[in-house]
Ligand binder design. Structure first.
Ligand SMILES: NC(=O)c1ccc[n+]([C@@H]2O[C@H](COP(=O)([O-])OP(=O)(O)OC[C@H]3O[C@@H](n4cnc5c(N)ncnc54)[C@H](OP(=O)(O)O)[C@@H]3O)[C@@H](O)[C@H]2O)c1
Length: 318
């Protein structure tokens, strides 16, 4: 366990550093004085700060990975390939994600990376999982197949400005006082505040006992999707939403609907909507013994998401 211990002399790599989770993690690591390197696809900034390095590359081709992983103690894997505007081309992400994780784990082995910390999705393998949730689990096993000790954190919807699932929730509730929803509206979910997710990721880095293990992470409340929508409206001071349940709305039709009402790209929305049928609730709380955090209540997480931005709904990266 000693060799897995992270010290302030070591450096971490953050993949997905431009994303919802990765950008917040990088900011948190910076404020904690952790040496880091950000792996990014776009133009990398030039940094004179020895604590903040940038490395350009692409997980799909594997370009730049050897340089990025050189001398890295722990690598955070915070990447997925969903996206795009084409509703009918939303199954390619699983192949891409498999390829990206393969490239990553091979390069991590070569570089002698000690730990990988990955954030994926909750859901029970024995349930009929959506393609998205199955793919997130597959990535966990690929990342665990190398020599680095992999930690797998599993979360449901993460509440924070710019998170894809949160943006779907907020645009739907803000814009539609009356909603027609399929049966998944009664599926149970355990949302978690983005700050709590960052605290768990950072806590895992600092506790080598979390290496090589999988943990469920969630907030203090469990809701059905319907209850979560009403709680969102309440936290925002909106009138109670009228929700009508119908049996015939397919994920495909729902994705068209989400495409019209929200700015979330359909290639990202569709796989997420397909997953709404799966219950995503923590089945194990062993993380609480190893990483102690004060869990944020849902209403506070929603308020925090709004306090992060100046102009309220309408401001997203899409
Ligand atoms: N958001 C949620 O509610 C939620 C819930 C549970 C779990 N998670 C998990 O959290 C992790 C991060 O998700 P997120 O919400 O932060 O996603 P996100 O905001 O969409 O960010 C995805 C990141 O991946 C990068 N990326 C994609 N393809 C890449 C490639 N080929 N090479 C290098 N970088 C690539 C993107 O870079 P570009 O900027 O270049 O596109 C971006 O930085 C995922 O594993 C996801 O399953 C998220």
């Amino acid at each position: 366990m000693k060799t897995l211990e992270f010290t302030k002399q070591d450096r971490v790599l953050v993949t997905g550093a431009t994303g919802f989770i990765g950008s917040r993690l990088a900011a948190a690591l910076k404020s904690e004085g952790v040496k880091q390197r950000l792996f990014i696809r776009g133009e990398s900034a030039d940094s004179k700060d020895p604590y903040m390095q940038y490395s350009k590359g692409d997980l799909l081709t594997g370009s730049g990975l050897d340089d990025a992983l050189e001398g890295i103690h722990t690598a955070f894997y915070l990447v997925h390939s969903m996206g795009g505007k084409n509703l009918f081309k939303n199954t390619e992400y699983a192949d891409k994600d498999r390829n990206a994780a393969d490239n990553f784990v091979k390069a991590a082995d070569k570089a002698g990376v000690k730990r990988i910390i990955y954030l994926g999705g909750l859901g029970e393998a024995r349930d009929e999982l959506s393609e998205h949730l199955k793919s997130r689990m597959e990535i966990a096993s690929i990342l665990s197949s190398g020599t680095a000790a992999a930690t797998f954190l599993r979360a449901a919807i993460i509440i924070g400005a710019g998170g894809a699932s949160f943006e779907m929730l907020r645009y739907l509730v803000e814009r539609l006082p009356v909603m027609v929803c399929p049966r998944w509206i009664n599926t149970r979910i355990q949302p978690i505040a983005v700050n709590d997710v960052i605290a768990y990721l950072y806590g895992c880095l600092n506790n080598p006992e979390t290496a090589g293990k999988a943990f469920d992470i969630g907030g203090p409340e469990i809701f059905t999707y319907k209850e979560m929508m009403q709680k969102y409206a309440e936290a925002r001071g909106l009138r109670k939403r009228i929700v009508i349940t119908v049996p015939f709305l397919t994920p495909h039709l729902s994705a068209y609907w989400v495409d019209m009402v929200t700015p979330v790209p359909s290639g990202l929305a569709h796989p997420l909507i397909e997953g709404l049928r799966n219950e995503v609730v923590c089945k194990d709380d062993s993380i609480d013994q190893l990483v102690k955090i004060n869990k944020t209540r849902f209403a506070d997480a929603v308020k925090l998401a709004f306090s992060e931005e100046k102009s309220g709904p309408g401001v997203t990266g899409w």
